[in-house]
Structures are given as C-alpha cells and as structure tokens.
Design a protein around this ligand. Structure first.
Ligand code: PNS
Length: 162
C-alpha cells in the first residue's frame, strides 16, 4: 500500500491546497495530510481549527486522513510509513525553496521521495498569506477558500459580509 503525505501549515486551507489534495488522493492508496503544529510564525488558526477545516474539506475522500505533526517532516513521514511527500508548485519562485528542502530531506532519508504537483493555473497566485491579508481587511475571499473557511475568517476578523 502506497502512502503519501501532503504537509503544510494550511493557515487556512485554500482551494489551491484542496485541488492538490484531490489530485494526489487519486495517485496514491492513502494520503495523509500533515498539518504543522509549531511553525516559527504564530498562526491565525489554532492547530485544532486547521485540522478540522481540512477534515471538512476532505470528508468525501475515503483514502485521505488528516493529522497534525510537530518536528521534522521526514520523521513524520517515517512515522506514517509514507514513502512520498507531496508538495504543490505554483511558480518558479516556489521552486528554489522547495528544491532545497526536497534535497535536504532526501539526504536525511533517501527512502522518502518528494513529488511536486503543478498547481492548477486557476490558483497559481493563491496562498494562505494572500487569503489572510485580504480577509484581515474585509476583502472578498469567496473565490480563494471554501465557504466554511470564509465564515471562519469573518468570525476571526469580526467583519460582516459586504
Ligand atoms: O505550507 P507551508 O508553510 O509552506 O509548509 C511548510 C512545511 C510544513 C512543509 C515545512 O515547514 C515543514 O515540513 N516543516 C517541518 C520541519 C521540517 O522538517 N523542516 C524541513 C523540511 S521543509
């Protein structure tokens, strides 16, 4: 059984992430979404909120699980018996950063490969930080994130629909 992990901060999950999840879930027997618990940045959403968002977004995908992790990605992958790490690539600017981490992870554990999925062009500009920035100013993020995340962003930033 081939297990892959899709790690990230998901603060919050975007439609771009969900597109990658749906495509990755078709390529593997089991996909584990790993939500990073402790990032150097203070997240907008708690780890519980982020895990629950992903569970809601993937509830129709029977081979997808959502877990949180702390520490090294390669250790999490090993603990999950995963041999593949999935990462989305939006633009050339992502590539250098992602290549460096993929190669260093490979140096630490050569049994785990990183596979890059090219982000759908529809979402190539999209990131969680763009969503947070727009939402913090009351901007319309309905085309960036699922409706239930729009609702949670409104609650977080305490603004009403325009
Ligand atoms: O969504 P993000 O913030 O781009 O995801 C980054 C993530 C979670 C994949 C990365 O920060 C990570 O794996 N952190 C865990 C610590 C680690 O193993 N770092 C080295 C590999 S990136």
């Amino acid at each position: 059984m081939k297990t892959a992990i899709y790690p990230g901060s998901f603060d919050p999950v975007t439609l771009g992430h969900i597109d990658i999840i749906r495509r990755a879930a078709k390529m593997t027997d089991r996909l584990i979404i790993g939500v990073l618990k402790n990032s150097s940045k203070t997240p907008l959403f708690s780890i519980e909120e982020r895990v629950n968002m992903l569970k809601e977004a993937c509830k129709d995908l029977s081979n997808v699980e959502v877990r949180h992790f702390d520490g090294l990605l390669v250790d999490f992958a090993k603990a999950c018996n995963a041999s593949v790490i999935i990462r989305g690539l939006r633009a050339v600017t992502d590539f250098e950063y992602e290549l460096q981490w993929a190669q260093s992870n490979q140096a630490i554990n050569p049994k785990i490969d990183t596979v890059f999925l090219v982000t759908n062009v529809q979402y190539s500009y999209l990131s969680s930080s763009v969503v947070r920035e727009y939402a913090s100013h009351g901007g319309d993020v309905t085309s960036f994130v699922p409706d239930f995340v729009v609702k949670q962003l409104r609650e977080k930033f305490a603004y009403k629909e325009k």
